[in-house]
Design a protein around this ligand. Sequence first.
Ligand code: NAD
Length: 241
Amino acid sequence: MRALIDLLRESRHTVVFTGAGVSTLSGIPDFRGEQGIYRRVDGDLVFDLGVFLRDPGIFYTHGRDLVYGAADHAPSIVHTECARLEAAGKVAGVITQNIDMLHQRAGSRTVVELHGSPARHSCLGCDRRYDFAWARERVARGEIPRCAGCGGVVKPDITFFGELLPDGALERAGDLAAAADLLLVLGSSLVVQPAASIPLITCRCGGRLVIVNHGATPLDRYADLRYDDLASVFARVAAEV
Ligand code: NAD
């Protein structure tokens, strides 16, 4: 791990790219890991836009734990270290696929949420906006959140399969990745596109790539360094960077 510590110390513009694996340390299951959600639930169905439009109850039944339950979990060492390194001027920003808002709760300021955020909800009928707490309260009561104005179904502003990424998110992530001299991929299977191709931007621009993930990813052959376990890597980062 000496090589990673050296790379981090030398870097002038480190960017962190995170997936659901960083939040397993907070007790939130990932999708495709050993205890992943896909072993219990068909995530492709729960997060599919067409399914949501036909029957929003499927999302809200499973979302009670998967999305709104995240508020009961605390940031992990990975989240807090990313925030500490940003405050110290070492990390330029976090690009995340996660929808649990734990990077912001840990104190990270530059966070690109590639797959949107449940911090905001929108009425599908009249576009009226609602916040996380408003929706969470209704979902906890077993309700499908409905607009107080028009009665339409309210949807979280997270990116479902079949939707475009939020306006500008891909561009902001691409700019961060292009400027990075070091990009850390943390806890992602790197199979959800277009997010999964962002680390390649850093490689093409001459930056280094480090992947920390249980199990192989399609970008392993581009990685300068590869580690398996986030907890042990970040224990060293916390102690030595
Ligand atoms: P993924 O589930 O496909 O991959 C997570 C990877 O992290 C797996 O390969 C797993 O083995 C690895 N991992 C888990 N714990 C680890 C640890 N302690 N150390 C090292 N590796 C570990 O998730 P993904 O790549 O982020 O893509 C799937 C989609 O899942 C994203 O779009 C995201 O929106 C969504 N998602 C988000 C959350 C969340 O916000 N917390 C949770 C589940 C799914």
